[in-house]
Design a binder for this molecule. Structure first.
Ligand code: FES
Length: 73
């Protein structure tokens, strides 16, 4: 069995729903928050065992996003 490198986009972050790191990265880039990611992917809706890991990942990914453009112009 091939071993997945940690931080690989194919790493399954939620085994209940099969949600991968790459899916979460894409959804954060689309502007989805943790609730929306849960609704779209089914992550966090099963045993809840992934809650901390996915919460931390989403927080880290959101911190890497560029700031919103100034809407005042
Ligand atoms: S591992 Fe994500 S809800 Fe169970």
């Amino acid at each position: 069995m091939a071993e997945l490198k940690q931080d690989s986009p194919d790493e399954v972050m939620c085994s209940c729903s099969g949600t991968t790191r790459g899916m979460i990265q894409d959804m954060v880039r689309q502007g989805k928050d943790l609730d929306a990611i849960s609704r779209y992917s089914g992550a966090l809706t099963g045993c809840g065992g992934c809650e901390w890991d996915i919460g931390e990942l989403v927080k880290a990914l959101m911190a890497e996003l560029p700031p919103e453009p100034d809407q005042a112009d």
